[in-house]
Design a protein around this ligand. Structure first.
Ligand code: HEM
Length: 470
């Protein structure tokens, strides 16, 4: 397919500070305004620049320019390039407040490859429909039992509770109710505090550190980041206690992910993951899983947004009979198309960052080492030539044609693709199918749900979705 876009004449302002062979369109908006626009209204801003400059342009102030790419040929060039060309880890440094040095996201090259290989069996164990299908069903039933006819509830919070409990039980087992509640409340406190710290206007950062500390001491309050750090410490301690307890008992706990990670052995039969490595691997999964409630909320929204889509999906679900059958649910074509379309229209990630360690040629542009490439899922997924009426939610498009992995990539691509993808797809379908088979829901929002800047996955979070059971 040809991806040539009609691009308006280039801006007279051209980038010349790293000498690309062919000049790349560059917004003439002053850098400091761009530095404000991109973080504060990212998707609208990307749309505006895309309309003005096409599918390859520079974004950001002169201090940290990013090359935004949304042509599938350019995406292919990035995803199929030699992994050694990229520094990906530095793009994740901003997450170091929660993801420590052993996190896979903070590694490149040989160490990234080693960690990925080591952890693959643990990730694979997580999406086994037979093992975890019933667990996902039970958790969803239990946590939705409190929904009452006529009483509105905030879908975002319910989905967060369900996703957290599922992931905790898959990671740690946690068959005892008391222990499960302890984990659930501690992890929830940590997640809420990190979102609060990220979202809060950081009043304290405008006050000199020593003065701020004195004021806080006098008032007896902690800053949002201090509150998060306290919660993180408690969470780390809970994880480390669990690991130590299991080590004492000879790690015979069960089939959960932690048991699996703790039983990894090197060639001479020694345990190879240290306590810190185990903690960091678990935290990667916990952080990744924070994208799940966002996707669940989006999917529920789109299903109930259109009576026709809702009706078609119900008929498809009913066609497999009364009994909960995870395998059949996961294979339903229309349900699958709804999930795909939901990931297309509002992806959770939206962009990736790839810093070049050596020069690279992409579609006639020569990029020097040091350039930060930004493959943009959001803009690729909104190309008119691929997705006619891109702003409309149309699951049928995924039944009518197959998109290549460079035209549609909600879970990334190349050597850094999402390790939780199959788990995510399974969980979304099973949670939603369980809800639809027990409730008739309706949206009661006055305004449409839209992506907002919030929390850890700050580009693709849905605004509040309120629903009611009829
Ligand atoms: C809606 C849910 C999710 C979406 C849309 C999603 C999407 C993505 C994307 C796009 C990437 C690539 C980022 C990049 O190339 O820079 C990625 C990486 C990753 N994801 Fe997910 N993810 C989701 C949930 C999860 C979950 C639940 C887990 C854990 C079970 C997970 C584990 C990972 C890991 C470990 C990586 C890094 C892989 C690497 O660097 O080699 N993700 N994810």
């Amino acid at each position: 397919m040809s991806y040539d876009q009609k691009v308006p004449p280039l801006s007279t302002e051209k980038l010349n500070f790293y000498k690309p062979q062919r000049l790349i369109p560059y917004s003439s908006t002053p850098g400091f305004i761009q530095d404000f626009n991109f973080p504060t209204r990212p998707l609208k801003y990307l749309d505006t620049l895309n309309r003005r400059y096409g599918d390859c342009f520079l974004i950001g102030g002169k201090k940290s320019p990013l090359v935004c790419l949304s042509n599938p040929k350019a995406i292919e060039a990035v995803f199929t390039a030699d992994p050694e060309l990229f520094d990906v880890a530095s793009g994740h440094e901003y997450l170091q407040f929660i993801l420590r040095e052993n996190s896979i996201l903070r590694h490149d090259g040989a160490s990234h490859k080693r960690i990925r290989k080591l952890l693959t069996p643990a990730y694979q164990s997580m999406y086994h429909q037979y093992t975890y299908g019933q667990l996902i069903y039970d958790v969803t039933r239990q946590l939705t039992a409190q929904w009452r006819v006529g009483q509105p509830f905030l879908v975002n919070s319910s989905m967060r509770e369900i996703s957290l409990q599922v992931i905790l039980r898959i990671l740690f087992g946690l068959d005892e109710v008391e222990r499960l509640n302890q984990f659930q409340s501690q992890f929830m406190a940590m997640i809420n505090s990190v979102d609060f710290a990220i979202d809060s206007f950081d009043f304290w950062s405008y006050i000199p550190e020593s003065l701020g500390q004195k004021i806080r001491q006098k008032m007896g309050v902690l800053s949002p980041w201090e509150q998060f750090s306290e919660q993180l410490q408690k969470t780390d301690q809970l994880i480390l206690d669990e690991i130590q307890e299991r080590r004492k008992q000879g790690n015979v706990h069960g089939k959960d992910v932690l048991t699996l990670l703790m039983s990894i052995r090197d060639d001479v039969g020694q345990t190879i993951m240290t306590e810190q490595e185990l903690r960091d691997a678990l935290m990667d999964i916990i952080v990744g899983a924070q994208a799940l409630p966002l996707s669940l909320t989006w999917v529920l929204y789109w299903i109930h947004h259109s009576p026709e889509i809702h009706y078609k999906l119900r008929c498809e679900l009913e066609s497999i009979g009364e009994l909960f059958n995870p395998q059949k649910i996961c294979q339903l074509p229309y349900f699958n198309a709804i999930c795909q379309e939901s990931f297309r229209i509002y992806p959770v990630n939206n962009i990736f960052l790839r810093k070049l360690k050596a020069p690279l040629e992409i579609m006639g542009h020569h990029f020097e080492a040091g350039t930060i490439l930004m493959p943009c899922e959001y803009l690729t997924h909104r190309r008119e030539d691929l997705y006619p009426e891109p702003n409309c939610f149309k699951p049928e498009r995924f039944l009518e044609r197959k998109f290549s992995r460079y035209e549609y990539f909600p879970f990334g691509g190349g050597h850094r693709s999402c390790m939780g993808m199959l788990f995510v797809k399974t969980q979304i379908k099973l949670v939603i199918a369980t809800i639809l088979s027990h409730f008739q829901l309706a949206i009661i929002n006055r305004d449409p749900v839209r992506p907002i800047h919030r929390g850890l996955f700050s580009l693709g979070s849905p605004s509040d979705l309120w629903m009611v059971c009829n």
